[in-house]
Design a binder for this molecule. Structure first.
Ligand code: 3PY
Ligand code: MG
Length: 253
């Protein structure tokens, strides 16, 4: 199986800079890869990408050398499996509120003995043509990434139990949904929401887990790195939209 360079950075304690992409464009993934980003999250929670579209987007990631991950809106083994088999190298699962939710993700993403992922000679296994399946399974368990999201009050409360689970690579804080859950809908910069976010960061780092969240822009990414966040996800629509607005503003109508 291919090496997951974004995972290698995170495991080395170095920042990995990527984007969330919530529309189906292999070409945009190539642009992100050639721009030097470390990972792209194909956002099938908020975007329309099915496993077939995802497979084309994964090919674009492989061509341009960026690690493809998928955010998947249903914590269901058979559903997750088809994205993994298409070639995504990790799963970012939203709404992981309990230890049981987190354990279900692990079962779906990892093969035995860690989990219960179903095995076949699928695309990500190079159709079983290049590497014997037992070796491929070991490599896949090593290279795949698990990112679980904390974005509700319940998830914050249950964080200590989730942090005990070794196969989880990154605890990702979803500031927008957390703001809703805390009673400040759409206002993640409220001090009380920020305090909750900081507390999740501190607890996760203390437990030896990497932390991720949304970076609005490069400056914000640097501030987050200062707090110990190493999985930094911009969003293509925000970065592209802001750049286009600046371009527009340079030549007013
Ligand atoms: C949130 O802010 O709720 C997220 O899920 C970020 O992508
Ligand atoms: Mg969310």
């Amino acid at each position: 199986m291919r090496k997951n360079s974004a995972k290698a950075l995170i495991k080395a304690g170095k920042p990995a800079l990527g984007v969330m992409l919530n529309f189906p464009s292999p070409a945009v993934i190539e642009v992100c890869g050639y721009a030097g980003l470390d990972f792209v999250v194909i956002d099938a929670e908020h975007g329309p990408m099915d496993p077939e579209t995802t497979e084309s987007m994964v090919r674009a990631a492989e061509v341009s050398g960026i690690t493809p991950l998928a955010r998947i809106g249903q914590n269901v083994q058979q559903y997750i499996l088809r994205y993994l088999d298409a070639g995504v190298m990790g799963v970012q699962m939203p709404w992981v509120n309990t230890r049981a939710d987190a354990e279900a993700v692990i079962r779906s993403v990892k093969y035995v003995p860690v989990g219960k992922r179903g095995l076949a000679g699928v695309r990500v296994a190079q159709y079983g043509l290049t590497t014997p399946l037992p070796q491929y399974m070991q490599e896949a368990n090593q290279e795949t990434m698990i990112i679980t999201q904390v974005e509700t009050v319940e998830a914050v409360q249950n964080l200590p139990q989730v942090l005990e689970l070794e196969p989880i690579d990154v605890i990702f804080i979803g500031p927008t949904d957390l703001s809703v859950s805390m009673g400040y809908p759409g206002r993640p910069t409220e001090p009380v929401v920020q305090a909750a976010i900081d507390s999740v960061i501190r607890q996760s780092l203390a437990a030896g887990k990497a932390v991720g969240t949304i970076a609005r822009d490069g400056e914000h990414a640097k501030q987050l790195i200062d707090k110990g966040v190493t999985y930094l996800a911009g969003t293509v629509v925000t970065l592209l939209g802001n750049s286009l607005k600046q371009f527009r503003a340079a030549v007013p109508k």
